[in-house]
Design a binder for this molecule. Structure first.
Ligand SMILES: [Zn+2]
Length: 95
């Protein structure tokens, strides 16, 4: 099931659950697929995504799914529906 991630806490709780995160960055016009244990998907890390802040500033959106196929489909759908967005699979956690 696809779940929208609205806060950092919500994502932190998912850290030990196997699954995938779709991270949408509005300013960068970028949609990225991560595993939830990727350091770039970790709100605690300085280089990680920050869903709470992104929501507050309207700079991004985040989706979680246990299924890679489902997360992948969502990421592609977002990239297709938004003008000029690129979709990439994170090179760090892609496995
Ligand atoms: Zn990643």
């Amino acid at each position: 099931m696809l779940t929208e991630i609205l806060t950092d806490e919500q994502l932190i709780k998912l850290y030990t659950t196997p699954g995938y995160l779709v991270a949408v960055d509005y300013p960068k016009k970028e949609v990225k697929l991560h595993t939830v244990d990727c350091m770039l998907a970790d709100p605690i890390s300085s280089i990680g995504v920050k869903p709470s802040k992104a929501r507050e500033n309207k700079t991004g959106e985040f989706w979680y799914s246990e299924s890679r196929d489902e997360a992948n489909s969502k990421a592609q759908e977002i990239a297709k529906n938004k003008e000029g967005y690129t979709y990439t699979i994170c090179p760090i956690c892609n496995r």
